[in-house]
Ligand binder design. Structure first.
Ligand SMILES: C[S@@+](CC[C@H](N)C(=O)[O-])C[C@H]1O[C@@H](n2cnc3c(N)ncnc32)[C@H](O)[C@@H]1O
Length: 406
């Protein structure tokens, strides 16, 4: 037996523990030249199947990979064959095994008393109602810097954490009863993804909680720095190829699949007319679901500068801004309705968290061009003598519906 090598009976005990039903977690820490290399493996349920999640911490650099049973068996042999002084802790339903390998290569072994712990592979078993606790989100929260090294949500990121949770609740709500047919892939585009908190959380939620087996998510943003940061996060979480980030203006982006279609389009606080662009793209890509939380909106303010009886209101910049926000979102909701989307305007987070707490929740499921919604739209539009940006953008599609009433 070589120095540092474990006895065959110990190796067998570790293999049986990790690959058996009662496996809970194995952690090995190796000290190497003053630095620490740590690997923690635990079973997780992904898409209804048993998988193994390995979190590697190499002198502070954290990365996470998911493995199937074959992959973990290979990884386990590497872990067992590790050289040098190290600590290993194996937890199973039956109890704990501790092995400390000293610098001289001696293995000091201790075991807990026999236990009968229950092991449930349920990703839903922690805090109820919060989507980010409905699956194993620890690695994501750390990689996105939403949580610290101990897995606690950072106080400074609590707002973002809440926002992503609330967004995911809306996703869960619209997807109730939805399922993919065999062989289908669910394509999502996050327009103006920024640092991709939502993009990545959405992928993990759809695959690990909503039970969609094949999901492809594209995060699009015109800023090179946020796309680089988002790609690093996808690498750390081993999501490359499933969650892709594209540096592009929204107007120039098309889903790189054969049909040029997306099933779901989301945008969270994409600036000004980028929200309209996201809605327009969702319509063009024939998305069934479009979820969009608008941000600042300046477009209408420019054209509503002087409005007769409203002149006193318009003089106050805060009131003018709020009125333009309400009108812009009303026009958006009405246009989406005309184009066949059942559209609800909801408050997806509390107004204390952000004043930008409105979301347009659209599902393509009604007959386009119905007279009621068209008449309502034209009345409001003509009252204000404006042409909303979204109408101009989708002119080709809206024209035939509006013309019938003009
Ligand atoms: C306020 S951030 C929101 C980021 C992210 N959705 C979130 O909520 O964390 C808005 C993002 O939209 C991007 N954006 C705005 N207009 C865009 C456009 N026309 N094309 C692509 N990205 C755009 C910006 O670069 C920015 O990263």
């Amino acid at each position: 037996m070589e120095k540092f090598e474990l006895e065959e009976s110990l190796k067998e005990e570790i293999r049986a523990g990790v690959l058996g039903d009662g496996f809970m977690k194995i952690v090995q820490s190796v000290r190497r030249g003053g630095e620490q290399f740590k690997i923690a493996i635990r079973p997780v349920e992904i898409g209804g199947e048993r998988r193994y999640q390995a979190e590697m911490n190499d002198a502070g650099q954290v990365s996470v990979k998911n493995f199937d049973a074959d992959g973990i068996a290979d990884g386990l042999e590497e872990l067992i064959a590790q050289k040098g002084a190290r600590d290993l802790h194996l937890m199973t339903a039956k109890g704990d095994l501790h092995i400390r390998v000293t610098k001289k290569g001696r293995a000091l072994v201790s075991r807990s008393a026999e236990m009968n712990r229950s092991v449930e592979l349920r990703p839903h078993d922690r805090v109820k109602n919060l989507p980010l606790t409905a699956f194993d989100s620890g690695a994501f929260l750390k990689a996105a810097s939403l949580a610290d090294g101990e897995g606690r949500v950072r106080a400074s990121m609590r707002g973002k954490y809440d926002q992503v949770n609330e967004f995911l609740k809306v996703v869960a709500d619209v997807l109730k009863g939805f399922s993919l047919r065999e062989g289908e892939t669910f394509t999502v585009v996050d327009c103006g993804c920024g640092k991709a908190y939502l993009t990545v959380a959405l992928y993990l939620y759809l695959t690990q909680v909503a039970g969609l087996k094949s999901v492809r998510v594209y995060g699009v943003d015109r800023r090179a720095d946020v796309i680089a940061a988002a790609r690093r996060m996808a690498d750390v979480l081993d999501l490359s190829g499933r969650v892709e980030f594209v540096e592009s203006d929204l107007a120039a982006f098309e889903p790189p699949n054969e049909s040029r279609r997306a099933d779901m389009v989301v945008s969270l606080h994409a600036c000004d007319t980028a929200t309209d662009e996201a809605l327009a793209k969702g319509v063009e890509w024939k998305a069934r679901y479009i979820l969009s939380a608008p941000c600042c909106q300046h477009e209408l303010q420019k054209t509503l500068a002087d409005k007769g009886a409203f002149a006193g209101l318009m003089r106050q910049s805060i009131l003018r801004e709020r009125l333009c926000d309400i009108l812009t979102d009303s026009f958006r909701a009405m246009i989406m309705r005309i184009l066949g989307f059942k559209t609800q305007v909801v408050e997806f987070v509390s107004s204390e968290a952000t004043a930008r707490n409105i979301m347009l929740k659209c599902e393509f499921c009604v007959k386009p061009g119905q007279s009621g919604p068209v008449a309502e739209y034209l009345n409001l539009r003509d009252y204000w003598h404006v042409t909303p940006w979204l109408e101009s953008r989708l002119e080709g599609m809206l024209k035939r519906h509006l013309e019938r009433f003009l």
